[in-house]
Design a protein around this ligand. Structure first.
Ligand code: PLP
Length: 299
């Protein structure tokens, strides 16, 4: 799909507050609390062969993210699951991306938002790879970003909340200006955290090491990759990781719904190979997301 086609000017339908409406009519008022105060949570989900991978987990995370921001989504998990299926069939999407979003509306305009209606929308579109095929083959180029992940008592770090992406966009823009693919984000302690939209794994001495998700999202893809590694008897170590450890790391990859498993070729002056462990897990992940068993459990 043409990336310059604006997102508010496309054909199709969007589910908004309980019903499918024409894509271009899915609008909000400028005095929405979600816009001014970032009282907004969302999901990003991938559709493979007509089925959303780990659909229910994503819906449950959306509800959990909203609760962390002190609001309740006014539907059941089953209603949102059905709504996602309705959007996909009305759009005829077999391989693409689903974006549910929930936000506080217009009743109150201030820090307090106790009486605001909660709105929910679900859109879907065709979407190929997040990083280019070349980058996926050779590994993306990353550089440490200046903005860090905040401490768990500074921001609601376990919610997939819109406001937390402000620093991701700042880091990503800086990297794009400098010719990199993505930023490595450190956390408030200076430890390795993640990419701007994906978790990170390192291979050291044949073992997988990944940062403990104590101040960032414990991604659904991250959890899937840990399971896949265990099936392959690849040891997985979740721990605090210092950036200087990249010096004794042979492979690095990032994981996320958008990124899937994407190898990393370099971070700052450290370089890595797209090695056996990365390739094995990429193949296993590819098979899993397209497997009939996945379809049955995710339907
Ligand atoms: C900041 C950030 N970290 C990690 C992830 C990976 O999460 P998931 O695998 O659930 O998509 C995402 C993507 O949602 C993200 O935006």
């Amino acid at each position: 799909m043409d990336e310059l086609l604006p997102f508010d000017d496309r054909d199709g339908s969007i589910w908004l507050d309980g019903r499918l409406i024409p894509w271009r009519d899915a609008r909000i008022h400028v005095l929405s609390h979600g816009l001014h105060y970032a009282s907004c949570v969302f999901e990003g989900e991938r559709v493979y062969g007509g089925t959303i991978f780990k659909s229910r987990e994503h819906t449950e995370r959306l509800f959990a993210s909203a609760r962390i921001l002190d609001f309740e989504i006014p539907y059941s998990v089953e209603q949102i699951e059905q709504a996602k299926r309705d959007v996909l069939s009305s759009m005829g999407i077999r391989d693409g991306y689903v974006r549910p979003v929930a936000w506080r509306g217009t009743e109150m305009m201030g820090v307090s938002a106790q009486k605001n209606t909660i709105h929910v929308a679900i859109a879907a579109w065709e979407w190929p790879a997040y990083f280019s095929p070349e980058a996926k083959l050779k590994g993306i180029r990353m550089k440490t970003g200046k903005w860090r992940r905040p401490a768990p008592d500074t921001a609601p770090v376990h919610s997939k909340a819109a406001g937390l992406y402000m620093v991701c966009t700042l880091n990503k823009h800086q990297m794009e200006r400098e010719g990199y693919d993505d930023a490595l984000m450190l956390d408030y302690r200076g430890l390795v955290a993640e990419g701007t939209g994906a978790n990170i794994f390192l291979v050291q001495d044949g073992k997988l090491h990944t940062p403990t998700p104590d101040c960032f999202l414990n991604g659904i893809t991250r959890q899937t990759v840990i399971e896949l590694a265990k099936t392959r008897q690849i040891p997985v170590v979740e721990r605090h990781i210092k950036p200087e450890e990249f010096a004794n790391t042979s492979e690095v990859f990032v994981t996320g719904t958008a990124a899937e498993i994407t190898p990393v070729g370099s971070i700052d002056d450290y370089t890595f190979t797209v090695g056996q462990i990365s390739r094995t897990l990429m193949e296993d992940f590819d098979k899993l997301v397209r497997s009939p068993a996945k379809k049955a459990s995710a339907a």
